[in-house]
Design a binder for this molecule. Structure first.
Ligand code: EPZ
Length: 420
């Protein structure tokens, strides 16, 4: 297993480009199953999860064509079967996103039940109950979701008990080809849901309300192909900005979108960052000052994103003062805390809240990554740690951060990959 070796104490300084959003690219690649026309998806990030989704489409008999810039053309007219095997689903829970499109377009789907992961049990009961409300017959047996529908799915008025991002996306995709109108109440408002909706509209879907908590979809007979460019990754953007703040640095991130990061930018300003924004760039300057502790509470968009919680915990770990961070979305998303405390941080876990008392600096140490965003937070901790930090099990990081050591090296970090 590859490891990352980081020599801490360097202030990040420089400019980097942000890649396409993983959590927008994944549902959009699944949406290509909704039409037999070719669909071109551009600005895909170079990530393991994207490769896994392309492999999943491939194993159904769909042959995605990838060009040198990793733009992908998917022509699902060659599809042979409608199942997502456990071998792939166990490596990427987002495989569940093929369930809605397969059911809506082909009337059947067999998708391995995604297991839990480090951050929580992550059930998919809301995906299943919503699709059943649209007329699907769904059995969960032998570790698989076995779904079918006679004729077509029917539009329904669906109230999501919880805000679920991929649950909203699965139902929205299924509804595009259902008979009649579907209303999704308590829908996820994340920008990635909006990006998927915009791609579906480009394919001929009739969708209104994307970005609000009520999305209305009028089913159509069929969808056609299109060419769509994935939005920038707001979580990658925030991660580099937090790393720059933690190292008292000065960076500019380009090809991004400032208007979907308000909650994060506001917390960074509270931490003492001087932030300037343009149409597609964000500049952060700490003027070599130590950040100040901030308190925050994660919640569905537009509140502070759970995917940035671990990174902000690393910032608070070396900030001046004490801050509390409350995680309200997932039940076990503090796995990075114990590793940071091994580096000299002073973090207490109290239920779904961590109390972080900032220390002047951390001590480098060998640490282990447990999930995608925890890995990013340990890299940030290593960047501010004295001496060397080795982050193990970084396959987690390669799932969600494109060329992370190259981008950090561009910003002056002393970081390199140690092959296993
Ligand atoms: C998406 O996961 C993202 N993944 C996650 O990003 C992100 O953390 C999460 O949304 C929250 O923003 C993708 O988009 C591929 P949820 P998702 O369904 O859709 C409960 C990353 O780091 N729930 O919004 O799986 C669930 O347990 C990843 O890039 C049910 O109870 O998350 C959780 O507590 C990590 N039943 C809450 O809802 C269901 O049927 C929110 O989960 C579905 C969800």
């Amino acid at each position: 297993m590859d490891k990352l070796l980081i020599s801490g104490g360097v202030r990040l300084d420089g400019e980097i480009r942000i890649a396409g959003a993983k959590n927008s690219a994944l549902p959009i690649l699944a949406a290509t199953l909704l039409t037999r026309d070719p669909v071109q998806v551009c600005n895909l990030p170079h990530l393991y999860d994207i490769t896994t989704m392309i492999e999943l489409l491939g194993c159904m008999g769909v042959q995605p064509v990838i060009d040198e810039k990793l733009n992908v053309e998917v022509d699902s007219s060659t599809i042979k079967h409608f199942s997502a095997p456990y071998e792939l689903v166990k490596t990427m829970r987002a495989s569940i996103l093929v369930l809605g499109p397969l059911l809506a377009h082909y009337g059947e789907a067999e998708v391995a039940l995604p297991g839990g992961c480090a951050i929580g049990s992550r059930p998919v009961n809301l995906h299943i109950s919503a699709l059943e409300a649209m007329g699907a017959d769904i059995k969960v047996e032998d570790g698989y979701i076995k779904a079918s529908v006679v004729n077509k799915l029917k539009g329904a008025h669906i109230f999501m008990d919880l805000v679920t991002v991929t649950g909203t996306e699965n139902v929205m995709m299924a509804a595009t080809l259902a008979t009649g109108e579907t209303i999704i109440e308590n829908a996820a408002r994340e920008p990635e849901v909006v990006d998927l909706a915009n791609c579906l509209v480009a394919m001929g879907a009739k969708i209104k309300g994307q970005g609000t908590d009520t999305i209305v979809i009028q089913g159509v007979e069929k969808l056609h192909g299109c060419s769509y460019s994935v939005m920038p990754d707001r979580i990658e953007t925030g991660t580099y900005l937090i790393a720059a703040a933690a190292t008292r640095g000065h960076i500019k991130v380009k090809d991004t979108q400032p208007n979907i990061l308000e909650a994060v930018l506001s917390k960074l300003e509270q931490a003492g960052a001087d932030i300037k924004v343009g149409e597609n760039w964000i500049e952060l300057d700490m003027h070599n000052e130590r950040p100040k502790s901030v308190s925050l509470r994660t919640a569905p968009y537009p509140a502070f994103p759970t995917d940035m919680q671990a990174q902000f915990t690393a910032l608070n770990a070396i900030a001046a003062g004490t801050g509390s961070i409350t995680e309200t979305v997932f039940e076990n998303r503090f796995m990075h805390v114990h590793e940071m405390n091994r580096m000299g941080a002073s973090i207490q876990v109290e239920g779904n809240t961590v109390i972080v008392t900032g220390v002047e600096s951390l001590n480098g140490a060998p640490v282990m990554a447990t999930d995608l965003r925890a890995s990013a937070s340990l890299i940030i901790a290593g960047l501010v740690g004295k001496n060397e930090t080795i982050v193990d099990r970084i396959y987690h990081i390669d799932r969600g951060y494109e060329c992370i050591e190259e981008k950090l090296q561009l910003l002056g970090a002393k970081i390199k990959r140690l092959p296993s």
